[in-house]
Write a protein that binds this ligand. Structure first.
Ligand code: PAF
Length: 268
């Protein structure tokens, strides 16, 4: 059985996860999509209340995509009275988004552990746009000996390169234009890396200089467990170049792994 954990507001990126789930389990296997806007992964000032909720439309989208089951639990089913256990993956959770979202990854790790326990998948699919989440969940499954293969699926992008996200709908038209500079900045870094640039500060500055606002971060970390890469990238050590920034009230993230192909950003 393959599980695609989501918070709903399903878009083409989620459909790609569902298709990959089907490819992995075959026509006879079961594809399950969970839809749950998980309260514990939102900080007190974040967008939990206004996060888009469109369960009926999402169930219809799942049916069209050939999903076998939708699991959409209520909050008090996932966190019944007396619930207190939390799952932490501290080192991977600390940098990047962990700096401004200190409770986020504990909430993600906890709810995904619960979803795994409740549904028992052999494979679970996550988008690589949330790269830190993907690496953290891969580490969680390995550390806890969970019998599930955590798979990261390449980011799905708009024609101009903007990574698909349920939060893109918050962008006003002028903000949407500015958001297109994110993939442009990542492409520029990939081009510099391809020309041989290995200086971490130079690559990070190159991204910062192409963004329309000062980003929350534009950082290179080791591609596996997001370790500090030092001042120079080493041969045969892929590194993720990750960015987060606010355009108006909308927080957007994106990334690319230098040292690996990235079909969504590389020239075709
Ligand atoms: O990426 C998401 O949509 C969520 O963080 C997840 C993995 C479904 C956990 O709530």
């Amino acid at each position: 059985m393959a599980l695609v954990p989501t918070m709903g507001a399903l878009h083409r990126g989620h459909l790609t996860l569902m298709n990959e789930a089907r490819r992995r389990v075959g026509p006879e296997g079961l594809v399950v999509v969970s839809i749950f806007v998980n309260p514990t992964q939102f900080g007190p000032t974040e967008d939990f209340a206004r996060y888009p909720r469109e369960l009926d439309a999402d169930v219809a989208r799942c049916a069209t995509a050939g999903v076998d089951r939708v699991f959409a639990p209520a909050a008090d089913a996932m966190y019944p009275s007396g619930d207190q256990t939390r799952v932490r993956v501290p080192t991977i959770a600390a940098p990047l988004c962990g700096v401004s979202r200190p409770v986020h990854f504990e909430g993600v790790a906890t709810v995904v552990t619960k979803l795994f326990a409740l549904t028992g998948p052999c494979v679970a699919l996550f988008g690589r746009k949330d790269y830190q989440q993907f690496r953290l969940l891969a580490r969680l499954a390995r550390d806890l000996f969970l019998p599930v293969d955590v798979v990261g699926v390449p980011t799905v992008r708009e024609d101009d390169g903007l990574a698909l996200s349920s939060r893109n709908r918050y962008l006003a038209a002028d903000e949407r234009v500015l958001a297109a500079s994110i993939p442009t900045a990542l492409r520029a870094a990939r081009a510099a890396y391809a020309r041989g640039e290995r200086d971490v500060g130079t690559l990070e500055d190159l991204v910062r200089g192409r963004l329309p606002v000062v980003p929350e971060y534009a950082s290179l970390r080791g591609a596996d467990d997001l370790v500090d890469v030092g001042a120079q990238l080493l041969p045969n050590s892929p590194a993720v170049l990750a960015v987060a920034l606010r355009i108006g009230a909308t927080r957007l993230i994106d990334n690319t792994v230098l040292g690996e192909p990235d079909p969504g950003l590389d020239p075709s």
